[in-house]
Design a protein around this ligand. Structure first.
Ligand SMILES: Cc1cc2nc3c(=O)[nH]c(=O)nc-3n(C[C@H](O)[C@H](O)[C@H](O)COP(=O)(O)OP(=O)(O)OC[C@H]3O[C@@H](n4cnc5c(N)ncnc54)[C@H](O)[C@@H]3O)c2cc1C
Length: 425
């Protein structure tokens, strides 16, 4: 008996003793279902997996746990900072998932008992599962930035690295900043969520300054030795569009922050800003850490890329930014969406007693706006290598824009609409 079938039998015997914990409708549905899947996190990865399991296999009951009542996208959120888009443009509802039969509970998952296959929510509710998907995105690490340890510090020094109120706060601060002021963003060492994100943000803020506060400056304080993605294209955009506005300082790791004075304390320098945007180091979402799913560098969760099942905890699958990515697989919404689909297909196979696809192939495309209209992209293709038992990037596939251009601006906006529909529709 292969390991997937053995686990299936273990999983189904667990479902035979399920107690109803989540209301009458779902109790009836769960009794007919071939299995019960619980998804923690309704972001790019978790919502995709929840939708696709229901769409491809309506005989599986899916419950998704997500505290937020609306989906707010990080991708394209830098356009809100430029004032080109509004919060409403990056906000979507979860109604489409409900129409697909996903039961959504707006709570936070507080505990996973992997031995009993039970998730406990913050209100004490308990959900039993045959397969659990953990897709909580990232936890922001402030431990090594003493001034930022008090959660209230983020109300003064935003990260805006999880979209929502933080995005709106940073936009307000930029609006309130006087002409001639300084906006500084700190970039943590890689790997972090969305490698090109900080550099796109610098472009978007600089675009806003050029149009509305032309004496202002953007300072990029990067802990890395160089720009982490689309390097040549960002440099060109900075020279062509934002000379005298954007200043890039590599090897500038943040050590601490004086919150009241809005000063970034770096290894060799202190930088005073009018708007200080600290993007801190990151690791897998908190629930992953608390549940023993983190296995790499004390930060990320290793998985079997055929099913995204954790290498540490059976019957638990980890998706999205929390995953210890294979080389050249970025932490992106596009990737998280692809993880969700591969995992959905694998769980359906497992719950029906079949093996998952042995050669998954996934793609990534990441657009960055360098002005209000001009965009650059990077794309890649990744396939499973059975010998190395990991994903490898396909040589010659994918690529990079040659120059920033408006046509890709239209494609980037379409990408947003299409992926939101794919994740949630
Ligand atoms: C400024 C910026 C720009 C970006 N631009 C792009 C781009 O252009 N293209 C691209 O592909 N990617 C982009 N990204 C990256 C993208 O946002 C992430 O890679 C993606 O969101 C990861 O998806 P995820 O599902 O892992 O996490 P998320 O989308 O963050 O979803 C995690 C969800 O889990 C929930 N959650 C957490 N803990 C719990 C818990 N205990 N119980 C219940 N729910 C929980 C959270 O509320 C959240 O909704 C960008 C990111 C940023 C910050």
């Amino acid at each position: 008996m292969n390991r997937y079938r053995r686990r299936l039998i273990q999983g189904l015997s667990a479902s035979a003793v399920l107690t109803a914990t989540i209301g009458c409708g779902s109790r009836q549905e769960a009794s007919k279902a071939v299995g019960r899947v619980v998804v923690i996190g309704g972001g790019y990865a978790g919502a995709t997996a929840a939708k696709y399991i229901r769409m491809w296999s309506p005989d599986i009951a899916v419950t998704m746990v997500e505290p937020n009542t609306q989906f707010v996208s990080c991708p394209l959120s830098n356009r809100v900072l430029a004032g080109v888009w509004q919060m409403a443009d990056i906000t979507s509802s979860y109604d489409g998932l409900q129409r697909r039969g996903v039961q959504i509970i707006h709570q936070t998952a507080a505990d996973i008992d992997a031995a009993k296959q039970v998730v406990t929510l913050s209100d004490g509710q308990q959900l039993e599962y045959d397969r659990l998907i953990v897709a909580p995105g990232i936890e922001l690490i402030y431990e090594n930035i003493p001034g930022m340890r008090d959660p209230a510090a983020s109300d003064v020094i935003p990260h805006a690295w999880r979209a929502g109120p933080q995005t709106a706060l940073l936009r307000r601060q930029l609006e309130d900043m006087p002409n001639g002021g300084v906006y500084a963003i700190t970039v943590p060492r890689s790997p972090y969520r969305c490698p090109p994100g900080p550099y796109e943000r610098a472009c978007q803020v600089a675009h806003y300054f050029r149009e509305h506060k032309p004496r202002s400056k953007v300072l990029v304080l990067d802990a890395n030795e160089d720009i982490q993605s689309k390097k040549g294209l960002f440099r060109k955009a900075w020279q062509e569009h934002y000379a005298g506005i954007i200043e890039y300082r590599p090897n500038n790791a943040l050590v601490d922050v004086d919150v009241d004075k809005r000063v970034a304390i770096l290894d060799f320098d202190d930088v005073k800003a009018d708007v200080l945007n600290v993007v801190p180091p990151q690791r897998a979402g908190r629930i992953a850490r608390d549940s023993g799913l983190i296995t790499a560098n004390d930060k990320w969760c290793e998985v079997d890329f055929l099913s995204y099942e954790s290498i540490a905890v059976p019957n638990v699958h980890v998706l999205g930014d929390s995953v210890m990515a294979a080389p050249r697989m970025p932490k992106s919404g596009h990737m998280a969406n692809q993880h969700g689909k591969v995992c959905a297909a694998a769980i359906i196979e497992l719950l029906h007693g079949r093996d998952p696809d042995a050669s998954p192939l996934i793609t990534n495309t990441c657009y960055s706006f360098v002005s209000d209209k001009d965009v650059i992209h990077v794309a890649s293709v990744h396939k499973y290598d059975g010998e190395q038992r990991t994903m490898v990037s396909v040589k010659g596939a994918g690529g990079l824009s040659q120059v920033a251009n408006e046509a890709e601006g239209l494609m980037a906006e379409s990408w947003g609409r299409n992926i939101w529909n794919d994740v949630l529709g």
